[in-house]
Design a protein around this ligand. Structure first.
Ligand code: HEM
Ligand code: HEM
Length: 193
Protein backbone atom coordinates (compact mmCIF):
# COMPACT_ATOMS: atom_id res chain seq x y z
CA UNK A 1 0.00 0.00 0.00
CA UNK A 2 1.35 3.43 -1.01
CA UNK A 3 0.86 5.78 1.98
CA UNK A 4 2.96 8.70 0.79
CA UNK A 5 2.60 10.66 -2.44
CA UNK A 6 4.78 10.00 -5.47
CA UNK A 7 5.48 12.06 -8.59
CA UNK A 8 2.91 9.89 -10.45
CA UNK A 9 -0.02 9.80 -8.01
CA UNK A 10 -1.30 10.87 -4.62
CA UNK A 11 -0.89 8.32 -1.79
CA UNK A 12 -3.56 6.88 0.55
CA UNK A 13 -3.28 9.58 3.23
CA UNK A 14 -3.70 12.46 0.75
CA UNK A 15 -6.61 10.65 -0.88
CA UNK A 16 -8.32 9.99 2.46
CA UNK A 17 -7.94 13.66 3.43
CA UNK A 18 -9.08 14.87 -0.02
CA UNK A 19 -12.21 12.70 -0.36
CA UNK A 20 -13.06 12.74 3.36
CA UNK A 21 -12.93 16.53 3.50
CA UNK A 22 -14.88 16.79 0.22
CA UNK A 23 -17.70 14.72 1.78
CA UNK A 24 -17.70 16.70 5.05
CA UNK A 25 -17.65 20.03 3.15
CA UNK A 26 -20.64 18.80 1.14
CA UNK A 27 -22.52 18.16 4.40
CA UNK A 28 -21.47 21.55 5.79
CA UNK A 29 -22.37 23.71 2.78
CA UNK A 30 -25.50 21.75 1.73
CA UNK A 31 -26.89 22.17 5.26
CA UNK A 32 -26.53 25.94 5.12
CA UNK A 33 -27.86 26.14 1.53
CA UNK A 34 -30.96 24.06 2.44
CA UNK A 35 -31.53 26.21 5.54
CA UNK A 36 -31.72 29.25 3.27
CA UNK A 37 -34.23 27.48 0.99
CA UNK A 38 -36.35 25.49 3.50
CA UNK A 39 -36.10 27.68 6.62
CA UNK A 40 -36.03 26.22 10.14
CA UNK A 41 -37.60 22.74 9.83
CA UNK A 42 -36.75 20.06 12.49
CA UNK A 43 -34.40 18.29 10.01
CA UNK A 44 -32.63 21.58 9.33
CA UNK A 45 -32.38 22.30 13.09
CA UNK A 46 -30.45 19.02 13.50
CA UNK A 47 -28.33 19.58 10.38
CA UNK A 48 -27.49 23.21 11.19
CA UNK A 49 -26.99 22.18 14.84
CA UNK A 50 -23.90 20.20 13.76
CA UNK A 51 -22.44 23.16 11.81
CA UNK A 52 -20.09 24.61 14.44
CA UNK A 53 -18.68 21.24 15.56
CA UNK A 54 -18.31 19.83 12.02
CA UNK A 55 -16.70 23.15 10.96
CA UNK A 56 -14.20 22.79 13.82
CA UNK A 57 -13.38 19.23 12.69
CA UNK A 58 -12.77 20.65 9.18
CA UNK A 59 -10.35 23.19 10.66
CA UNK A 60 -8.39 20.41 12.40
CA UNK A 61 -8.36 18.35 9.19
CA UNK A 62 -7.06 21.21 7.03
CA UNK A 63 -4.22 21.79 9.52
CA UNK A 64 -3.37 18.09 9.22
CA UNK A 65 -3.64 18.30 5.41
CA UNK A 66 -1.31 21.31 5.24
CA UNK A 67 1.22 19.47 7.40
CA UNK A 68 0.93 16.37 5.16
CA UNK A 69 1.34 18.53 2.02
CA UNK A 70 4.53 19.99 3.55
CA UNK A 71 5.87 16.53 4.48
CA UNK A 72 5.24 15.42 0.86
CA UNK A 73 6.62 18.56 -0.79
CA UNK A 74 8.68 17.75 -3.87
CA UNK A 75 7.18 14.26 -4.17
CA UNK A 76 3.63 15.02 -5.41
CA UNK A 77 2.35 15.00 -8.98
CA UNK A 78 3.73 18.27 -10.38
CA UNK A 79 1.69 20.70 -12.47
CA UNK A 80 3.14 21.62 -15.89
CA UNK A 81 4.92 24.99 -16.24
CA UNK A 82 2.24 26.23 -18.67
CA UNK A 83 -0.45 28.85 -17.88
CA UNK A 84 -2.87 25.96 -17.23
CA UNK A 85 -0.46 24.46 -14.69
CA UNK A 86 -0.08 27.84 -12.99
CA UNK A 87 -3.88 28.25 -12.90
CA UNK A 88 -4.23 24.79 -11.30
CA UNK A 89 -1.62 25.67 -8.64
CA UNK A 90 -3.37 28.98 -7.96
CA UNK A 91 -6.77 27.24 -7.76
CA UNK A 92 -5.52 24.59 -5.32
CA UNK A 93 -3.81 27.32 -3.26
CA UNK A 94 -7.07 29.30 -3.10
CA UNK A 95 -8.97 26.17 -1.98
CA UNK A 96 -6.40 25.62 0.81
CA UNK A 97 -6.54 29.31 1.85
CA UNK A 98 -10.34 29.35 2.06
CA UNK A 99 -10.52 25.99 3.87
CA UNK A 100 -8.23 27.50 6.52
CA UNK A 101 -9.69 31.02 6.71
CA UNK A 102 -13.44 30.22 6.75
CA UNK A 103 -13.52 28.06 9.92
CA UNK A 104 -10.74 30.08 11.63
CA UNK A 105 -12.72 33.33 11.39
CA UNK A 106 -15.90 31.57 12.54
CA UNK A 107 -14.16 29.99 15.53
CA UNK A 108 -12.66 33.35 16.51
CA UNK A 109 -16.17 34.82 16.43
CA UNK A 110 -17.61 31.90 18.41
CA UNK A 111 -15.04 32.54 21.15
CA UNK A 112 -15.73 36.27 21.25
CA UNK A 113 -19.40 37.00 20.48
CA UNK A 114 -20.88 36.12 23.87
CA UNK A 115 -23.19 33.37 22.52
CA UNK A 116 -20.97 30.58 23.78
CA UNK A 117 -19.43 27.67 21.87
CA UNK A 118 -20.06 23.93 22.21
CA UNK A 119 -18.14 21.09 20.51
CA UNK A 120 -20.48 18.09 19.96
CA UNK A 121 -22.47 18.95 23.09
CA UNK A 122 -19.44 19.75 25.25
CA UNK A 123 -19.68 23.44 26.30
CA UNK A 124 -16.25 24.97 25.67
CA UNK A 125 -17.12 28.67 26.04
CA UNK A 126 -20.13 29.47 28.27
CA UNK A 127 -22.94 31.70 26.98
CA UNK A 128 -23.35 35.26 28.24
CA UNK A 129 -19.82 36.66 27.97
CA UNK A 130 -19.16 40.11 26.52
CA UNK A 131 -19.18 40.61 22.72
CA UNK A 132 -15.64 41.44 21.63
CA UNK A 133 -15.84 43.40 18.38
CA UNK A 134 -12.44 42.58 16.84
CA UNK A 135 -13.15 38.85 17.29
CA UNK A 136 -16.69 38.94 15.87
CA UNK A 137 -16.60 41.55 13.08
CA UNK A 138 -14.35 39.69 10.57
CA UNK A 139 -16.58 36.59 10.50
CA UNK A 140 -19.78 38.69 10.47
CA UNK A 141 -18.46 40.34 7.32
CA UNK A 142 -16.68 37.45 5.62
CA UNK A 143 -17.63 33.96 6.87
CA UNK A 144 -20.74 33.45 4.72
CA UNK A 145 -19.36 35.31 1.68
CA UNK A 146 -16.10 33.32 1.66
CA UNK A 147 -18.02 30.05 2.13
CA UNK A 148 -20.09 30.76 -1.03
CA UNK A 149 -16.88 31.70 -2.85
CA UNK A 150 -15.41 28.33 -1.74
CA UNK A 151 -18.47 26.58 -3.17
CA UNK A 152 -17.97 28.38 -6.50
CA UNK A 153 -14.27 27.37 -6.58
CA UNK A 154 -15.16 23.75 -5.74
CA UNK A 155 -17.64 23.67 -8.63
CA UNK A 156 -14.94 25.11 -10.94
CA UNK A 157 -12.45 22.50 -9.63
CA UNK A 158 -14.89 19.63 -10.31
CA UNK A 159 -15.66 21.04 -13.78
CA UNK A 160 -11.92 21.09 -14.60
CA UNK A 161 -11.55 17.48 -13.42
CA UNK A 162 -14.49 16.47 -15.66
CA UNK A 163 -12.88 18.24 -18.65
CA UNK A 164 -9.50 16.56 -17.94
CA UNK A 165 -11.15 13.16 -17.64
CA UNK A 166 -13.66 13.13 -20.49
CA UNK A 167 -12.31 15.67 -23.01
CA UNK A 168 -8.51 15.77 -22.65
CA UNK A 169 -8.26 12.18 -21.24
CA UNK A 170 -4.89 12.93 -19.60
CA UNK A 171 -5.21 10.73 -16.49
CA UNK A 172 -5.56 13.63 -14.01
CA UNK A 173 -8.37 11.89 -12.09
CA UNK A 174 -6.29 8.71 -11.78
CA UNK A 175 -3.74 10.66 -9.68
CA UNK A 176 -6.39 11.16 -6.94
CA UNK A 177 -8.59 8.07 -7.56
CA UNK A 178 -8.27 4.64 -9.13
CA UNK A 179 -5.60 1.99 -8.60
CA UNK A 180 -2.64 2.73 -6.35
CA UNK A 181 0.02 0.65 -8.11
CA UNK A 182 3.11 2.69 -8.79
CA UNK A 183 6.00 2.42 -11.25
CA UNK A 184 7.77 -0.13 -9.03
CA UNK A 185 4.78 -2.52 -9.23
CA UNK A 186 4.56 -1.99 -13.00
CA UNK A 187 8.30 -2.76 -13.37
CA UNK A 188 7.99 -5.89 -11.18
CA UNK A 189 5.08 -7.06 -13.38
CA UNK A 190 7.24 -6.60 -16.48
CA UNK A 191 10.16 -8.50 -14.89
CA UNK A 192 8.03 -11.42 -13.67
CA UNK A 193 5.85 -11.43 -16.84
C1 HEM B 1 -14.93 24.99 6.40
C2 HEM B 1 -15.83 25.15 7.35
C3 HEM B 1 -17.10 25.92 7.19
C4 HEM B 1 -17.87 26.16 6.09
C5 HEM B 1 -17.61 25.69 4.65
C6 HEM B 1 -18.99 26.98 6.51
C7 HEM B 1 -20.00 27.41 5.67
C8 HEM B 1 -21.03 28.26 6.03
C9 HEM B 1 -22.06 28.72 5.14
C10 HEM B 1 -22.21 28.37 3.67
C11 HEM B 1 -22.86 29.53 5.87
C12 HEM B 1 -24.14 30.25 5.37
C13 HEM B 1 -23.87 31.70 5.03
C14 HEM B 1 -25.16 32.42 4.66
O1 HEM B 1 -26.20 32.18 5.29
O2 HEM B 1 -25.09 33.22 3.70
C15 HEM B 1 -22.35 29.58 7.22
C16 HEM B 1 -22.90 30.31 8.27
C17 HEM B 1 -22.49 30.23 9.57
N1 HEM B 1 -21.43 29.48 10.07
FE1 HEM B 1 -20.17 28.35 8.94
N2 HEM B 1 -18.89 27.20 7.86
C18 HEM B 1 -17.76 26.58 8.31
C19 HEM B 1 -17.29 26.55 9.61
C20 HEM B 1 -17.92 27.16 10.68
C21 HEM B 1 -17.44 27.13 12.06
C22 HEM B 1 -16.15 26.42 12.53
C23 HEM B 1 -18.34 27.83 12.80
C24 HEM B 1 -18.34 28.15 14.29
C25 HEM B 1 -17.46 27.69 15.15
C26 HEM B 1 -19.37 28.33 11.90
C27 HEM B 1 -20.44 29.12 12.29
C28 HEM B 1 -21.35 29.67 11.42
C29 HEM B 1 -22.42 30.58 11.84
C30 HEM B 1 -22.67 31.08 13.27
C31 HEM B 1 -23.12 30.93 10.67
C32 HEM B 1 -24.34 31.89 10.56
C33 HEM B 1 -23.84 33.33 10.54
C34 HEM B 1 -23.04 33.69 9.27
O3 HEM B 1 -23.56 33.55 8.16
O4 HEM B 1 -21.86 34.09 9.42
N3 HEM B 1 -19.07 27.90 10.62
N4 HEM B 1 -21.23 28.79 7.28
C1 HEM C 1 -16.31 15.49 -6.64
C2 HEM C 1 -15.45 16.34 -6.12
C3 HEM C 1 -13.98 16.39 -6.45
C4 HEM C 1 -13.26 15.78 -7.44
C5 HEM C 1 -13.76 14.87 -8.56
C6 HEM C 1 -11.86 16.15 -7.24
C7 HEM C 1 -10.81 15.70 -7.99
C8 HEM C 1 -9.48 16.03 -7.81
C9 HEM C 1 -8.36 15.53 -8.58
C10 HEM C 1 -8.46 14.55 -9.74
C11 HEM C 1 -7.23 16.09 -8.11
C12 HEM C 1 -5.79 15.89 -8.65
C13 HEM C 1 -5.50 17.08 -9.53
C14 HEM C 1 -4.09 17.14 -10.03
O1 HEM C 1 -3.23 16.35 -9.60
O2 HEM C 1 -3.83 18.03 -10.86
C15 HEM C 1 -7.61 16.96 -7.03
C16 HEM C 1 -6.72 17.71 -6.29
C17 HEM C 1 -7.10 18.61 -5.32
N1 HEM C 1 -8.39 18.84 -4.88
FE1 HEM C 1 -10.08 17.92 -5.52
N2 HEM C 1 -11.78 17.00 -6.17
C18 HEM C 1 -13.05 17.16 -5.66
C19 HEM C 1 -13.40 17.92 -4.58
C20 HEM C 1 -12.54 18.75 -3.91
C21 HEM C 1 -12.92 19.60 -2.81
C22 HEM C 1 -14.32 19.69 -2.19
C23 HEM C 1 -11.79 20.26 -2.42
C24 HEM C 1 -11.62 21.26 -1.31
C25 HEM C 1 -12.30 22.32 -1.14
C26 HEM C 1 -10.70 19.84 -3.27
C27 HEM C 1 -9.39 20.30 -3.20
C28 HEM C 1 -8.32 19.82 -3.90
C29 HEM C 1 -6.94 20.22 -3.72
C30 HEM C 1 -6.44 21.29 -2.74
C31 HEM C 1 -6.17 19.45 -4.59
C32 HEM C 1 -4.62 19.44 -4.74
C33 HEM C 1 -4.10 18.22 -4.06
C34 HEM C 1 -4.13 18.35 -2.56
O3 HEM C 1 -3.33 19.15 -2.03
O4 HEM C 1 -4.95 17.66 -1.91
N3 HEM C 1 -11.18 18.91 -4.16
N4 HEM C 1 -8.98 16.91 -6.87
Amino acid sequence: MQWRDTLERYGQVTRLLHWGMAAILLWQITGMALRLVLGRTPLMAFWVGTHQSVGTVLLLLILLRLLWAWINRGRRPAQPRSWAGRAARLGHGALYGLMLLIPSLALLRAFGNGRGYAFFGHQVVPRGGPRIDWMSAPADLLHGRLAWLLLALILGHVLMVVLHHFIWRDGTLRRMAGRMRGRMADCQDQISG
